[in-house]
Design a protein around this ligand. Structure first.
Ligand code: MEV
Length: 315
């Protein structure tokens, strides 16, 4: 028996970094997925296969003794094996992903959500809230300060406000382009850098948090009014706050400026310091994006995923 689960990638439309310090954020799940397949084995080991390699460790090995990319899976597998009367000797977990790693599209959160769902699904112990709690615990094995926003949207799908999990209905088509700077980033480092900024200037940071909260309230209204122009302006305004907390760089600024003529607004999505930007583009200009960004950047248009995490048992 195989327990197979998949979860979507995500973008942060508004509020990254500030959300770690308690403000709201708006996120959306997008149409790229990771699939995790779990099977029970007789080996008293946890075996993990992924594009990053394969490891096999004895059950109950502490996740801290494994390489960071495998920690969430070892943590979750041990949790499952510890369920009273579960009678499992070992587990094999296989990860297949079409989400690029380390570029702000939530690859590690989607992995944690799909793995929690696949592993707890082996016991039919499946609920959205249970998957979310376990996936955030798993993500904390690599990134202790996570706001939990990424795992939340990967679990529920659609476009949501965090932390309320309220769905945001937009009735107009969001022509969002995701463009990859091709500079890998480290979310943990960027979050630490922002905490340093906050330590050095508590007053300004608190003002920026208030500005972000106000901006998100205005965005929700703009969505209700189908006002893409205001939405674009708010994206550019949010980018200014991200510039101020120093998670942008020259490459990102160049990308944003090269799309200026054809976009209603653009900004970093995710931790920044590289990774991806998102840009709101008018329909008639969509095909101009690749040439403006240049050959060394990747870009694609983001389609909203409404399903969130999905799970099935295969014989
Ligand atoms: C990373 O995708 C988003 C951050 O806000 C971190 C977090 O929310 O945990 C930078």
């Amino acid at each position: 028996m195989k327990s197979v689960s998949s979860a979507p990638a995500k973008i942060i439309l508004f509020g990254e970094h500030f959300v770690v310090h308690g403000t709201k954020a708006i996120l959306a799940a997008i149409d790229k997925r990771v699939t995790v397949t779990s099977t029970v084995t007789e080996n008293k080991t946890i075996k993990i296969n992924s594009e990053l390699g394969t490891i096999e460790v004895p059950i109950f090995t502490s996740y801290k003794k494994t390489k960071s990319e495998f920690r969430p899976f070892v943590y979750l597998a041990n949790k499952v094996i510890s369920i009273p009367n579960c009678n499992i000797n070992g587990l094999e977990i296989t990860i297949d992903s079409d989400i690029p790693i380390g570029v702000g599209l939530g690859s590690s959160s989607a992995c944690c959500v799909a793995a929690a769902s696949s592993l707890f699904g082996l016991f039919k112990a499946w609920s959205y809230s249970g998957i979310l709690t376990m996936s955030i615990e798993a993500e904390k094995t690599i990134f202790p300060n996570t706001s939990g926003a990424d795992c939340t949207v990967c679990t529920y799908g659609g476009m949501i406000e965090h932390p309320s999990i309220e769905k945001i209905d937009n009735t107009f088509d969001l022509n969002l382009v995701i463009a990859n700077s091709m500079i890998p980033h480290n979310t943990k480092k960027s979050v630490k850098k922002v905490s340093k900024f906050k330590e050095n200037d508590e007053k300004r940071f608190s003002e920026l948090c208030d500005l972000e909260t106000k901006l998100i309230d205005e965005v929700v209204l703009a969505m209700k009014n189908n006002d893409a122009t205001v939405l674009g302006l708010k994206m550019s305004e949010n980018q200014k706050y991200l510039e101020e907390i120093q998670v942008s760089n020259d490459t990102i600024r160049d990308m944003i400026s090269s799309l200026k003529e054809i976009s209603l607004g653009s900004k970093i999505t995710g931790a920044g310091d590289g990774g991806c930007i998102i840009a709101l583009i008018n329909d008639e200009n969509m095909d101009k994006v690749p040439a403006l960004l240049g050959k060394d950047k990747e870009c694609f248009s983001a389609k909203l995923d409404t399903k969130g995490v999905v799970w099935k048992i295969e014989k």
